[in-house]
Write a protein that binds this ligand. Structure first.
Ligand code: ATP
Ligand code: MG
Length: 373
């Protein structure tokens, strides 16, 4: 049975393949993205976004700028324990270095160290329609029932995200599929007819370059995405997990009791998620990996998995994940022992980021009548 190919048509109907490259346009590009310090990044973050950050950094031209941020101001939109948050911030930045973000090539910093983000967020907040924010699905998922106890920050964080992006006039914003709506808001807030902020800003941030892997699902509940903030620790594989952690979590991953291993994202989301993980983890590091359903590798997977038991399939997935994550875990441990270096990277990154963001905010303030005469 041609498992992957045959069933892939269902998946393909859900979306079109998106390019991961920066394209061929000749103007210098500015890539911006962020990750929340809400725990060690997981496989979903890595396959859905972070691996693309590295890929873009490594395939760019010298005039392109890369700005990657650990966005603590987003993390505090839900309650945080200060001691844990302090640790998580450092862990997030360390993880970015461990996956291969090069501080000589990319600006790496803590969002809260560059005050211009909040200043621009307020200005944009004075332009953002409440009805528009009300329709944000990520917000609805976190707060299904709006009430008067709702926190303003959680409601308004897409505006802060728009400020993060517009402060650098980013032209490319590599984020996972769950952020698509926020990017659309950002584009609208930068449209002259709405805000005229910031000035001389073209092109607007491109549709996120979603890696073909797209959304990686929770191992405990394949109707949800894998997430740092889920209370179920076995729902996600961390970039620092050992091979035995990985094996255990994959063994426990919810699948189904149907016969065989087949790719069917609609009817067999758990198995299909594991198949996508297997495929993505085996793809050559930092290559233009192709979606499973469009990849030649699917034929090899068909052969390999034909007649496989669930146990042997899960073992193959765990091995592929371990092989991909192992070097990251080791590099993380090495950097963990050198916190001084990590803090220095953050300081230097913040200075560079501030140089750019403060220019934008000055321009914006002048334009709206709040700047120096
Ligand atoms: P939290 O649960 O605290 O929101 P998170 O796991 O959603 O954490 P974020 O820091 O919000 O992680 O997102 C970092 C990046 O990872 C974003 O670009 C986001 O789109 C991407 N991302 C998050 N979860 C997934 C996933 N399950 N699959 C693919 N990409 C993901
Ligand atoms: Mg998130």
């Amino acid at each position: 049975m041609n498992v992957v190919r045959r069933l892939s048509t269902t998946a393909r109907a859900g979306g079109t393949a998106t390019t991961r490259s920066l394209g061929t346009c000749s103007t210098p590009r500015t890539v911006f993205s962020g990750i929340q310090p809400t725990g060690i990044p997981h496989l979903g973050n890595y396959l859905g976004a972070l691996s693309n950050w590295v890929h873009l950094q490594e395939t760019a031209r010298s005039e392109d700028t890369f700005i990657y941020s650990v966005v603590g101001l987003h993390a505090i939109t839900v309650s945080q324990d200060p001691t844990k948050l302090r640790r998580d911030r450092l862990d997030a930045l360390t993880s970015l270095l461990a996956i291969g973000i090069d501080p000589k090539r990319s600006i790496l910093f803590f969002q809260e160290d560059v005050q211009e983000h909040t200043e621009l967020a307020w200005i944009l907040g004075c332009l953002a329609p409440i009805g528009r924010l009300n329709r944000m699905t990520a917000y609805k998922a976190t707060s299904p029932e709006a009430s008067s106890d709702e926190r303003l920050g959680l409601f308004a964080y897409p505006v802060l995200q728009a400020a993060d992006i517009l402060a650098y006039k980013a032209t490319h914003v590599p984020v996972g599929e769950d952020q698509r709506q926020h990017l659309e808001l950002t584009r609208d807030l930068a449209t002259p007819s709405i805000s005229n902020v910031p000035p001389k800003y073209s092109p607007f941030p491109k549709t996120p370059q979603v890696p073909p892997t797209k959304r990686i699902l929770s191992l405990r509940d394949p109707s949800q995405k894998m997430s740092k903030s889920s209370p179920h620790v076995n729902s996600r594989i961390l970039l620092t997990d050992t091979s035995s952690d990985i094996m255990l979590k994959i063994r426990k991953a919810i699948t189904d009791s149907n016969f065989g291993i087949t790719y069917d994202p609609i009817n067999r989301p758990g198995i299909s998620n594991l198949l996508r993980i297997l495929h993505a983890c085996r793809a050559p590091m930092r290559s233009h990996d192709t979606a499973l359903e469009e990849s030649e590798a699917s034929t090899r997977l068909d052969d390999e998995l034909h007649g496989a038991t669930m146990a042997s399939f899960k073992e193959a997935v765990a091995d592929a994940v371990s092989a991909r994550i192992g070097p990251i875990r080791e590099e993380f441990a090495r950097l963990r022992a050198d916190e001084g270096y990590v803090r220095q990277v953050a300081r230097e990154g913040a200075n560079k980021a501030k140089d750019i963001a403060s220019r934008t905010v000055r321009e914006v303030k002048e334009r709206i009548g709040l700047g120096q005469l």
